[in-house]
Design a binder for this molecule. Structure first.
Ligand code: FES
Ligand SMILES: [Fe+2]
Length: 420
């Protein structure tokens, strides 16, 4: 459990809040590059860290990220005209470039220099891995880009989606690092239906047999190494190792040659998260079968509606739960790993009241992540700058799933298996 005060501290992300300011020290994933596919294409709305913004790709291909509200009379720039290296407000024609300068003010006399005095809030962006990242912090603390495997690999090695979730970012993240729920929420009553098909089913089988793994944590500069340990029939340990990467990244455990899935649970506002999900292979293009599976099955990547990026199976239709199948086919009766996760995560309410939880030993990763975040924010409030945003190389790691002799500690197992 968490005090109401700490719960508020971790979940409130708007400008001026302790967590909001801490998160503004990192590059933030804001939208998919494909949402602004070409120069001078239509602008799109983006809400990030509680701020209403408009993204547009200018004539030179640069993605601008501006305040939604025109500084003249506050019209929304969503309706703007994207033309000749700037976004023009349709109300009175003021035009802004990607850096936030007002470059034209046709409603004022030609001799006026008023436009030189007006700026709009604009955040620097860069693109990596099919994602537009923004930096929303002070200009004297620009961080390094995290050197994530899925962001730096060739495009053909990656399948990327975005899904909006109706809950706070921390709730979505905690769902991602809650490794013990796979034995329940994602389990099947039959061997073939609703199980993993692309990744290793043998692994899944081992994981399902022992429903109460021991959790071992290792604090690192990037966040936490989370080891879930099960004893195999021949007396070794089977480890599933999840890196939680500050502040909101993680990679699902995967065996050495398997396709991995990495998630980022980004705060849109206090009540909404955006999940950027990348399935990728570090050293080869995805096969047609893998790509087709991700595009069509809904198991690993939820099917989302155009424009809104909300899942078809969602809160308003109870995630299409099938009670008959829940009796005979699957534990949850909900189809697809992501829909199953969303049902339980969103079902907690948009900001879960963590003061009413009862956490056990299998929740140690969640407890560890909260403690770390509270410490990071407390240090930050004391004036200590966070370490991870200035060290992009920390993020060049992978998850792991492997057997090892019992006498090898997690740190050593991780050192040998999490190198990308
Ligand atoms: S409100 Fe935008 S130009 Fe007037
Ligand atoms: Fe899950």
């Amino acid at each position: 459990m968490l005090s109401i005060e700490d719960n508020n501290l971790l979940t409130h992300v708007g400008p001026g809040t302790p967590m909001g300011e801490y998160l503004r020290r990192y590059w933030v994933p804001t939208l998919l590059s494909e949402e602004v596919p070409e120069p001078d294409c239509p602008p799109v709305r983006v809400t990030i860290l509680g701020e209403s913004l408009i993204a547009f790709r200018d004539t030179n291909g640069v993605v601008g990220l501006l305040d939604n509200y025109c500084p003249h009379r506050r019209a929304s720039l969503f309706f703007g005209r994207n033309e000749e290296c700037g976004l023009r407000c349709v109300y009175h024609g003021w035009k802004f470039d990607a850096a936030g300068n007002c470059v034209d003010m046709p409603s004022e006399p030609a001799e006026s220099n008023f436009k030189d005095k007006v700026k709009i809030v604009a955040y620097p962006t860069q693109e990596a891995g099919g994602v537009v990242w923004a930096y929303m912090g002070p200009s004297d603390h620009v961080p390094q880009m995290p050197d994530l495997g899925w962001a730096s690999c060739p495009d053909e090695n990656r399948f990327l989606t975005k899904c909006v979730q109706e809950c706070n970012w921390l709730q979505a993240l905690e769902g991602g690092i809650d490794s013990s729920h796979i034995s329940f929420l994602h389990s099947s009553l039959k061997p073939v239906d609703y199980t993993l098909t692309v990744s290793n089913t043998e692994t899944q089988g081992t994981a399902l047999q022992d429903k109460s793994p021991r959790f071992v944590l290792d604090e690192t500069d990037y966040g936490l190494t989370i080891g879930a340990r099960r004893t195999t029939p021949d007396g070794r340990y089977y480890w599933r190792i999840t890196p939680w990467m500050l502040p909101y990244g993680m990679i699902v455990p995967a065996e050495e040659d398997a396709v991995m899935t990495g998630n980022m649970y980004v705060p849109a506002d206090d009540n909404t998260a955006m999940v950027f999900r990348a399935s990728w292979h570090p050293s080869r293009p995805l096969t047609v079968a893998e790509r087709t599976e991700y595009e069509t099955s809904g198991y690993f990547h939820e099917a989302v509606m155009p424009v809104t990026y909300r899942a078809y199976a969602n809160k308003s239709n109870d995630y299409l739960i099938d009670r008959a199948k829940q009796r005979t086919v699957s534990y949850s009766g909900i189809k697809g790993i992501q829909a199953q996760d969303m049902a339980v995560i969103e079902g907690m309410g948009t900001i879960s009241d963590r003061s009413k939880e009862h956490l056990g030993t299998s929740d140690s990763a969640i407890i560890g992540a909260r403690r770390r975040l509270l410490r990071e924010v407390a240090d930050f409030q004391e004036g200590i700058e966070p370490y991870a945003p200035q060290h992009g190389e920390l993020y060049r790691i992978r998850s792991a799933a492997l057997e090892a002799p019992q006498d090898i500690p997690l740190r050593e197992v991780a050192a040998g298996s999490m190198v990308l």
